[in-house]
Structures are given as structure tokens and as C-alpha cells.
Ligand binder design. Structure first.
Ligand code: M6R
Length: 608
């Protein structure tokens, strides 16, 4: 995680760096800092948000035309000022090197011990400071050459940006396992973790590849590959969503993003006239004809969209499907069927565990891969044979909402395409599913209109410390997602179970103080679910039920019911999850938490 911005220009770059940091706060917000190389190295750091750093900088004369900045998600060392980046390294009483870092250096203790013995003084507990001192120690007057040597000593994953006092108007960057991009301006050049940081400064972006080192100067940039050979990397015009950071009438990005879902789904479906393999790339037809099973790899919310898709893929397309948490898959020795389609699902396309699991699957002999992703320029899309881009637009709230529903939309398209190719969906069924998909944005508007009823519930939830979520079948992953949303932003301990599991243990938790949220669509499992609800009521548990308008469920003592529009068949999870997003959002609001930046988390998890 962590966000990096760097700039070399002829103007004062501090406002650009700080604006860039604000846009990168989604990558971590434990602390932040900025440094300039302006007749000596100077820095400002804060354990509050970027807005506070801005105020700090405004109070002093803090300017420069070469600078680096960082927003941190703490790994080594607490979120304290001494651990905040940029880190400086001093020699003979003079601050010579400034450095920011994203990632984890696995052999930092060994480097630290070595440098301490040589007299370097460590002020922080970070792995980053070891790199700064190592650059200083190996510095031979040429920062590029020094960084090329230094990175060969580092084990782990990193993106770094570094400058040297004696070489003004120069920054050297390097990446391995963490994202770093170069922004090309007119007589000025930039480095950043994400193109979004540079919106407004440049839209000409070069994506560095694994092992690249880049020399950034005023008049141009030169990239070197992992063998230190100069290479050309193509610049792309990237529309970084600068408008996405406008909140408009909403109080939080999460709320804005929940309400953007009808638009996001309709954009994700744009251009879909039927279930055809070309939607997934030119090679998709050949690939889809070659597969006999699916393996889904993902983390967090994206994992839950994969779990939902398994029900679709097996029942509609008849394809055996397994869904694995990426951080588990990457370290086990699975049996490999090379005719499996490996599907990675990710909002960011940069999640370290998912990316590593994909590479591992490929190394194991899986020849076909597909990414469902919200960022077209991301590593995951670049590393897979096929892709489908969700068009949710930038998702800024740490709690994923519109990314999830657009992933489900894309996964349903994938399922329907495979079902049709495998002779399991005729023209009539295709037309039926297409019609339902196209109607989704309208159906979602009716669900969003339930907000006032959900606000009324959230006041009761805000006083609780625990909650249970129940679902069955297709809606069990939706219960899991609802529980994740609630715990993530309200800090209420929430767990989800398939309702049939209750009696095998969790029922012991149920008392009148335990709210039990039940996802109760009017599907074939509704009668079974009603029995599970009775089991809760018999123990005094309070049920909060999201039912469909056409089901016979009514509020009564201990049973609170909100009715969605009529049952929406296989696409029902896309509607039901929205009620749970709203419940989590309003409960967090009532508890006064930092909804968009919940404690200890970051939006994009680019470390292991
Ligand atoms: O960018 P990704 O979809 O790969 O991210 C995966 C998870 O880190 C993410 O979904 C996380 O669980 C969210 N904070 C959940 O709201």
C-alpha cells in the first residue's frame, strides 16, 4: 500500500505533490509527508491527514521544484512522525538522501544491522529507512547508478522514489512488485503510484514494468530494465478521473458510490448486445472452447463476488467452479487442471495477493486467465489473456460498493456467455436474461429509495457491538458481504452464516441483544429460511429481514421487515447487497466513524 508522488519541474511543485497525495490517500492514511530538494533537503510530516500537512506547509516557507511525497499505510513501526516518509539519510552531518517507499523489504533487518555497524543512525522502525541509508552508503555521485546497485540488494516488494541533495532536479524511481508510473509533462516530469495522482498535471503515462529503474529529469525520463539496459516504454493517454474526487451532494464517497450503482451497472453493460465471447477479448472464443472448469481467485469483497458467481457458473453454465482466497491459494500446492479458466477479480487490479496468486497459477501450468477489473491499465489486466472491464469509475471509499455490483454484472455476463457457448442457453433464455440485466439500473433505483427505512433500523444497530447475518444459496455470499461492510466501517463485530448452519453452533450467540440480519429473497429456499428465522425468534433474537415485495413476510414482534421490489431471480444478489451497504453506511454514520477511511485499512492492498 502507501502512495508515492514525485515531481521535477521549473515551478514550485509542493501544491502538485500535496494534491497528488490527497488523491492517493485511498492507498493508506496512517501518516503523510513531503520533501523538497531546494538548496538542501527539507521535509514536513504529519500523522494526521494530508489536509493537516497542507496547513503545516502553508505556515512555513516550503517550496521547491524537485520533490517527493508519501502517504503511508503502516507495516513496520507505528503511525508516528518518526516513521512517516520521506526518510532522510545523513552523512558527515549533512542530509544527503531523501526516499519514499511502498512495499515491504524482507531483508531489511540484515541491511539495518550492517549499516548500524557502519555508524548509520536509525530514527524509525521502518524497513524504508534501511533503503535510504543504503543509498547514502553506496552513493557515488550518480544517483541512477547507485539505485541500480541498491535495488539488487533488496528482497521483497517495493516502489521507491529517491533524490540526492547534490543532484538537484533529478529523481530516481524503481519498482518490483508494487506499482509506479511515470507522468510526462511539458518541461516537467513526474512519478506516482497511480495516474490519478497526476490528474491535472499530465495525462501522458508510462507504466513501469517489473524491475524497471527510471531516471526522471526536467528535460525527459530514461527507463532501464532489470538488466540495467535502456528501454523504451510506450506512453499512454490516461483519463485519470479527477472529477471522481468531487463529492457533490453526498456526505461521503461511500454514499456517493452506493448511489452511483445504477449508472455504474449501465456503463458496465454498455455495448452488450448479446452474450458473445468477444466481450472478453479477441482470443476469448478459442479459450472458452478449451476450458472445462473455472478457478476464481480474489480477496475481500471481490472474493464474495466470486463466491456468488460460483452458483451461477455451476447452475447455468454447468462448469465446475472453485473460488479461493488469493492469499491462501498462493501458498498451497493445488492439483492443476490446465483446462481451467483462472478468473481474477479485483477493483484495483493491483492487490498483491491476487496478483501473486495469478502468477502462481500461471507458473503451475494454468494456460488461460481472465481479469474482471475496474482499472484497465492495472497489472492484473496486463497479466491476463482475457479481461472484462467493469466501468464503475473511480471508487474512493475504502469500503467497496459499486465495484462489487459491477463485478457481479460482469460475472453474470461471463456465465451467460459460457452457458450459451456450451449449448445451455437458447435464444429465448438469452433475451430474458438480457432484458433483466438492462432493467437492473431501474430496479436498483427502487432499492435505493428504501434508504429512509434503513436509516430507521441503523439507529438500533448503532447501539450494538455484535450482529449476525444470514443468507442461503446465492445470497449467502451477500450475507458475508453485508457483514464485512458493517464491521469494516462501523467496527461492530459482524459474522455471516449460511442460515442452515445456525444450529451447528452460532445459535448459541443469539439473545435478545443480538440483531440478526436476514437476506430473504423469495426464492426456492425461502421456506427453509423461514424455519431458520423461527429458530432465532424462539431464542429471543431480533430479526431484521430484507424480503422481496412478492413474499408473504410481514413485520411482527421481534421481526422487522423491509421489502425490496419483487424477486429478481438469479440477479437478485445485486439488489439485495445494496440494502446491506446502506445499513452499514448509516450505522457507521450514527456511530460517528470515519466512513471513507476506516481505521487500520487502505483501499488498495499492494502489500502481502
Ligand atoms: O482491489 P481489490 O478488489 O482486489 O481489493 C480486494 C479487497 O482488498 C477489497 O475488496 C476489500 O475487502 C474492501 N475494503 C472491502 O470493502
Amino acid at each position: 500500500m502507501c502512495g508515492i508522488v514525485g515531481a521535477v519541474a521549473q515551478r514550485n511543485i509542493v501544491p502538485i505533490l500535496l494534491e497528488g497525495l490527497k488523491r492517493l490517500e485511498y492507498r493508506g492514511y496512517d501518516s503523510c509527508g513531503v520533501a523538497v530538494n531546494n538548496n538542501g533537503l527539507k521535509r514536513a510530516r504529519s500523522v494526521a491527514r494530508v489536509a493537516e500537512l497542507q496547513e503545516q506547509v502553508a505556515r512555513t516557507e516550503f517550496e521547491g521544484n524537485t520533490g517527493i511525497a508519501h502517504t503511508r499505510w503502516a507495516t513496520h513501526g507505528a503511525p508516528a512522525t518518526n516513521n512517516a516518509h520521506p526518510h532522510f539519510s545523513t552523512k558527515d552531518g549533512e542530509q544527503r538522501i531523501g526516499l519514499v517507499h511502498n512495499g515491504i523489504i524482507e531483508n531489511y533487518e540484515e541491511i539495518r544491522t550492517e549499516l548500524k555497524a557502519l555508524g548509520y543512525v536509525f530514527e524509525s522502525q521502518t524497513d524504508t529507512e534501511a533503503i535510504a541509508h543504503l543509498v547514502n552508503h553506496m552513493y557515488d555521485g550518480d544517483l541512477l547508478r547507485t539505485v541500480q546497485k541498491v535495488v539488487k540488494r533488496l528482497h521483497g516488494a517495493f516502489a521507491i522514489a529517491v533524490f540526492a541533495k547534490d543532484e538537484p532536479q533529478r529523481i530516481v524511481g524503481a519498482r518490483l512488485g508494487c506499482p509506479l508510473i511515470v507522468g510526462l509533462g511539458d518541461g516537467e516530469n513526474f512519478l506516482a503510484s497511480d495516474a490519478m495522482a497526476l490528474a491535472g498535471s499530465t495525462d501522458q503515462i508510462v507504466y513501469l514494468e517489473e524491475g524497471d529503474v527510471v531516471d526522471v529529469r526536467l528535460d525527459g525520463v530514461q527507463i532501464y530494465d532489470k538488466l540495467d539496459l535502456p528501454v523504451e516504454r510506450r506512453a499512454q493517454t490516461v483519463q485519470a478521473y479527477s472529477g471522481a474526487i468531487e463529492l457533490g451532494p453526498y456526505r461521503h464517497y461511500m454514499q456517493k458510490e452506493i448511489f452511483e450503482q445504477p449508472r455504474a451497472i449501465s456503463d458496465t453493460l454498455e455495448g452488450v448486445l448479446g452474450f458473445t465471447p468477444e466481450l472478453f477479448g479477441p482470443k476469448a472464443e478459442a479459450v472458452f472452447n478449451d476450458i472445462d472448469s473455472v478457478l476464481i481467485l480474489a480477496c475481500g469483497t471481490s472474493y464474495y463476488s466470486g463466491m456468488t458467481a460460483r452458483y451461477w457458473l455451476e447452475s447455468l453454465a454447468g462448469l465446475p467452479t472453485s473460488v479461493e482466497i488469493a492469499s491462501e491459494y498462493r501458498y498451497r500446492k493445488p492439483a492443476v487442471n490446465p483446462n481451467t479458466l483462472v478468473v481474477v477479480i479485483s477493483q484495483s487490479g493491483e492487490t498483491a495477493d491476487t496478483l501473486a496468486a495469478l502468477k502462481y497459477a500461471q507458473e503451475l501450468g494454468h494456460k488461460h486467465s481472465l481479469a474482471i477489473c475496474n482499472v484497465g491499465t492495472s497489472a492484473m489486466v496486463r497479466e491476463t489473456e482475457l479481461s472484462y472491464l467493469t466501468r464503475a469509475g473511480a471508487e474512493i471509499g475504502v469500503a467497496s460498493t459499486k465495484a462489487f455490483t459491477t463485478q457481479l454484472t460482469a460475472l453474470f455476463l461471463l456465465t451467460a456467455t459460457l452457458a450459451k457457448m456450451r449449448g445451455r442457453m437458447d435464444a429465448e433464455a438469452e433475451a430474458f436474461h438480457l432484458k433483466n440485466l438492462r432493467h437492473l439500473p431501474n430496479a436498483l433505483q427502487s432499492v435505493l429509495a428504501l434508504e429512509p427505512h434503513i436509516i430507521a433500523w441503523s439507529e438500533a444497530f448503532a447501539r450494538k457491538e455484535h450482529a449476525l447475518f444470514l443468507g442461503r444459496g446465492l445470497h449467502y455470499p451477500i450475507a458475508l458481504e453485508g457483514a464485512l461492510k458493517l464491521k469494516e466501517i462501523s467496527y461492530i463485530h459482524a459474522e455471516a452464516y449460511p442460515a442452515g448452519e445456525l444450529k451447528h453452533g452460532p445459535l448459541a450467540l443469539v439473545t435478545e441483544d443480538m440483531p440478526v440480519v436476514t437476506v430473504a429473497p423469495n426464492d426456492t429456499l425461502i421456506e427453509k429460511l423461514k424455519s431458520n428465522m423461527q429458530e432465532v425468534r424462539a431464542r429471543g433474537g431480533q430479526l431484521y429481514v430484507f424480503a422481496d415485495g412478492d413474499s408473504q413476510m410481514h413485520s411482527s414482534e421481534g421481526i422487522h421487515v423491509i421489502r425490496l421490489p419483487e424477486h429478481y431471480g438469479l440477479l437478485s444478489p445485486i439488489l439485495h447487497v445494496v440494502t446491506l451497504q446502506l445499513l452499514a453506511y448509516h450505522t457507521a454514520l450514527a456511530r460517528g466513524t470515519d466512513v471513507d477511511k476506516p481505521r487500520n485499512l487502505a483501499k488498495s492492498v499492494t502489500v502481502e
